[in-house]
Design a protein around this ligand. Structure first.
Ligand SMILES: *Cc1c(COP(=O)(O)O)cnc(C)c1O
Length: 370
């Protein structure tokens, strides 16, 4: 049998930074300084400057980053936060953890992104935040979201976990809202070697609030001004992230080439709907998501042939057990439900070869042709 093709090949990516990481980690070990230190501050500075905002605050993971961004923006008990039903569960979890109530809206079929036309119907004076998710590596239509948020005095909190480096009309995601959260989970475009995340903002006051929240509500040692959390960016992760950040643009452009190649290979293939890039977007292809009929069988055939295809996500937020208390039923968000049954993420990572992509498409063609 051919070698398996993983959904994401982290080993290939590690090879390109192995020496730099080993050197950086040796320096951390020599000092046994595992919390804080110049490496964390350096990465925060580098990533803020890459995104084009004044402040980056490193935290323990992307879910905490979302929760802290919401809390820093003043979201709390009694508030509502609007978010798409088609997202990773963490977007909705962060809202509940901040004490607020998630209000879901549907997505649009061609991109899978939040349906901005649905926003006006759900916002009210109770809406404290709108959370666009830059899903699969392309930005939501932020310029249509801001006016709706403004009309009810809500903040725009970006979920930029899948979009590191993606731009909309020239502006990098993470700099498109009032505050943004991102995740450095290993499989993300900018991935750590464990859990990690960050909050990004141009607002010094919000950044300061997040700094308090991540460290026991403590502005200085043994001074505690509010109940906080313990959720810092580990020093060893900051070393990895700095090394990988220097290669992020190259990695993203390799992803764009690979996506273009899939587009060409799939052009003539009936039964496979290829992803659409919205006008104004420069995507970073966190995931390459196609749509097929009889998806579960197609997925099983790909997996059986050693191809690490996946589904992001098979169950929309409103149909998960944990969000049953919201009281939704099947049919409430029909586009998200339709996509959940048809979407299929093909292997895509910067180092994927044309031969690997051809094999993915061969197996896919056989599966959809049955
Ligand atoms: C990965 C992800 C998160 C959560 O990040 P973690 O670091 O895993 O907590 C949130 N939202 C989206 C859209 C994600 O893809």
């Amino acid at each position: 049998m051919n070698n398996p093709i993983p959904l994401v090949d982290l080993a290939a990516q590690h090879a390109s930074v192995a020496d730099e990481v080993a050197e950086g980690w040796a320096a951390v070990l020599a000092k046994t300084a595992f919390i804080g230190g110049p490496q964390v501050a350096a990465f925060e500075q580098e990533f803020a400057s890459y995104v084009g905002v004044d402040h980056c605050v490193g935290v323990g993971n992307g879910t905490d980053a979302l929760e802290f961004a919401l809390r820093a923006a003043g979201v709390g008990a009694g508030d509502e936060c609007v978010l798409p039903a088609n997202t990773f569960i963490a977007t909705a979890e962060a809202v509940v953890r901040a004490g607020a109530v998630p209000v879901l809206v549907d997505c649009v079929a061609d991109t899978g992104l939040i349906d901005v036309d649905a926003l006006a119907g759900v916002v009210s004076e109770r809406t404290a935040a709108i959370i666009p998710v830059h899903l699969y590596g392309q930005a939501a239509q932020i310029e249509l979201i801001h006016p709706v948020a403004e009309s009810v005095g809500a903040v725009v909190v970006e979920d930029a976990a899948q979009s590191q480096g993606a731009r909309r009309n020239g502006v990098t995601t993470g700099a498109l809202g009032h505050i943004a959260a991102t995740s450095f989970y290993p499989g993300k475009n900018l991935g750590a070697y464990g859990d990690a995340g960050a909050v990004l903002t141009g607002d010094a006051r919000l950044a300061e609030r997040v700094r308090l929240l991540r460290e026991h509500g403590s502005p200085s040692k043994y001074v505690h001004t509010e109940i906080g959390f313990n959720s810092r960016l580990d020093t060893v992760q900051a070393v990895v992230l700095s090394a990988k950040l220097r290669r992020l643009e190259d990695g993203n452009s390799a992803r764009r080439q690979a996506a273009f190649r899939y587009g060409k290979l799939l052009e003539e293939l009936p039964g496979v709907v290829t992803p659409v890039v919205a006008e104004g977007n420069e995507p970073v292809w966190h995931l390459y998501v196609v749509r097929v009929a009889d998806r579960d069988r197609v997925l099983a055939e790909l997996n059986a042939a050693g191809i690490g295809a996946g589904v992001h996500y098979p169950v929309p937020v409103h149909l998960t057990g944990s969000f049953a208390p919201l009281g939704h039923t099947r049919g409430d968000f029909p586009v998200s439900e339709l996509l959940a049954g048809e979407i299929l993420s093909l292997p895509l990572f910067p180092e994927i070869t044309p031969a690997q992509q051809e094999r993915v498409v061969d197996v896919l063609a056989r599966a959809v042709g049955r």
